[in-house]
Design a binder for this molecule. Structure first.
Ligand code: GRF
Length: 195
């Protein structure tokens, strides 16, 4: 299976996904694309020998369909079977999602269905939750809402800030996402739960 990974920033999840696709793994990374030409993950992908592409969403001044058409053209050129959103911070239109439905997955830093959207860690802290975590799900038109493919939980510890909690969750993201992708690429849909 050919995998394209979409990022917006440092791409730590992308690096772990790319590193996991080796040996007898059913998938290989064929493209890393970003909405930000300055995303640090693009350099990391290039260092790993993976083709990269960037479409600056700011150049489209709110014309989301035009931005997505440009991004889709770059993605299509790599002819992927699967798209992994990994720290990708743009909301995709229904048209894009429908085109990729069943073949696009995302990692979200909360225990969905809790805390869809942004600032997930602060919201968990404010709610006095005892635990937090991350979820890998199939991408559907509704934001952060598709079928769950895996979750990882971490304890919330007294004194945690959004930053300390995010760091603890990120470690689990790096374990969860590769585990889910391997199964997803093999056609397995049984969810993964860590620990
Ligand atoms: C992290 O906050 C992670 O929780 C979310 O996207 C952000 C950046 O991830 N998935 P990455 O380091 O760019 O993969």
């Amino acid at each position: 299976k050919r995998v394209a990974i979409l990022i917006s920033g440092g791409g730590s999840n992308m690096v772990k996904l790319a590193q996991s696709m080796a040996g007898d793994h059913p998938a290989r990374p064929v493209l890393v694309a970003s909405n930000d030409p300055k995303a640090g993950g693009l350099d990391r992908a290039a260092e790993m020998g993976i083709s990269t592409a960037a479409v600056d969403h700011r150049a489209f001044k709110g014309d989301r369909p035009a931005f997505e058409a440009a991004l889709s053209a770059k993605i299509a050129a790599a002819n992927p079977d699967i798209i992994c959103l990994a720290g990708f911070m743009r909301v995709l239109t229904e048209g894009f999602v429908r085109h990729w439905e069943g073949r696009m997955i995302n990692i979200h830093p909360s225990l969905l269905p809790l805390y869809k959207g942004l600032h997930t860690h602060q919201r968990a802290l404010d709610a006095g939750d005892q635990e937090a975590g991350c979820t890998v799900h199939e991408v559907t038109a509704a934001l952060d809402d598709g079928p769950i493919l895996g979750q990882a939980r971490v304890p919330i510890i007294a004194g945690d800030t959004a930053e300390t909690l995010a760091a603890r969750v990120l470690v689990q993201e790096h374990a969860l996402y590769p585990a889910v992708l391997r199964r997803f690429a093999a056609g397995e849909r049984a969810p993964v739960y860590l620990p």
